[in-house]
Design a protein around this ligand. Structure first.
Ligand code: AOF
Ligand code: ZN
Length: 341
């Protein structure tokens, strides 16, 4: 069978994967090809507790059809008893002759399906269209390898690095174009995170809005971290998505809990104390910084103390993108000591 044919079947499996929901489990697609290279079944995974993509596709076929066929699946078939039995075993029992997959399953429990299939005498072709599938599953793969969501920390500051005036006012440091970019970042995130201090001081809505104040199509889950009480009248509770409260100072634990709820990406928009605590704990993967004109002076810096006593200990971030947004500049930086995402 030609490489083009396998790639085109994998492209179809990747399109099917996108029918599934984003969340704790990966979005996975599968097609089954007959010995004559025709697609005879399609399947995808519909989320936690439902059949895996391979089982979904196989369910529509008779044993006569599966014998000698090829399964093309976006993720290495699993090898564990979770909510369902191992796909490796289901494929072996189906009489499939060959399994083609895109990326290895990184989870210690599910990993190992490819080896099991080979041991059973099935031809295994790994890593077809691996880059495309890896890019599609990047956020899920991040969570699977780190045990927490990917965290972006955002702030807007003046040319002298201040985020508010002495009386706490901060509207507006950056341009309307910069603020529109922030709302797009919110819309693209699974969750928006602030501390209880920000809720008490600013009472933010935490919605993703268009220029006219209209709600954008996708709304992030609002998340509040911290031990102080959240006022019952906070605007947060008017958010279209029910807020998640993490009444703890253990940031790693709060993020792990978000991952367990299927949140893969977080946009953190905290004040300087929580922002610094996230950076200090090495829980920040990306920065989105908006630099507005003007100077404010004073003590209201973007981040509080990071415990960096000397320049050699600075937290390393590499600037990967910058853009002019109205009268402001947008800078994106990625954590420099870890570049897997
Ligand atoms: C596959 N095919 O379609 C998916 C796989 O809780 P469970 O039993 O559903 O297992 C979830 C794990 O199985 C998940 O973390 C990932 O490692 C793998 N997902 N594997 O062979 C699929 N969705
Ligand atoms: Zn499986």
């Amino acid at each position: 069978m030609s490489d083009e044919l396998l790639e085109s079947a994998m492209r179809r499996a990747l399109a099917l994967a996108q029918n599934g929901p984003r969340g704790i489990n990966p979005q996975v697609g599968c097609v089954i090809l007959s010995p004559a290279d025709e697609i005879i079944a399609e399947g995808w995974h519909r989320g936690v507790g439902t059949p895996h993509a391979e089982a979904d596709a196989l369910a529509t076929l008779t044993p006569d059809q599966t014998r000698g066929a090829t399964a093309v699946v976006t993720l290495e078939p699993c090898n564990h008893h979770g909510h369902t039995g191992p796909c490796s075993v289901a494929l072996i029992e189906s009489g499939i002759a060959r399994v083609v997959y895109a990326i290895d399953d990184p989870t210690p429990e599910a990993h190992g399906g490819a080896a099991r299939l080979r041991e059973a005498g099935i031809e295994v072709v790994p890593h077809v269209l691996a880059d495309d599938v890896r890019a599609f599953l990047a956020d899920w793969l991040f969570v699977a390898t780190h045990g927490r969501p990917h965290v972006t920390l955002k702030w807007a500051m003046t040319l002298d690095g201040r985020i508010a005036a002495a009386d706490g006012t901060s509207q507006w440091i950056s341009s309307p174009e910069a603020r529109a970019a922030v709302h797009t970042l919110r819309e693209l995130s699974d969750a928006v995170l602030v501390g209880t201090g920000t809720i008490i001081a600013d009472d933010p809505a935490l919605t993703a809005r268009g220029p006219g104040g209209d709600l954008l199509a996708h709304q992030p889950v609002p998340v509040v971290v911290g031990e102080r009480a959240v006022p019952a009248a906070a605007r947060l509770f008017d958010h279209p998505v029910e807020p998640i409260l993490e009444p703890t100072r253990d940031l790693a634990a709060a993020l792990a809990d978000l991952a367990a709820r299927g949140i893969l990406t977080v946009l953190a928009e905290p004040g300087p104390t929580l922002g610094a605590a996230l950076v200090k704990a090495d829980l920040v993967d990306r920065l989105e910084v908006f630099l507005g004109p003007g100077l404010l002076g004073g003590p209201n810096t973007a981040l509080g103390d990071l415990g960096v006593g000397t320049i050699a200990d600075k937290k390393a971030f590499a600037i990967v993108k910058h853009a002019v947004v109205g009268d402001s500049i947008w800078v994106r930086a990625e954590r420099a000591d870890e570049k897997e995402s």
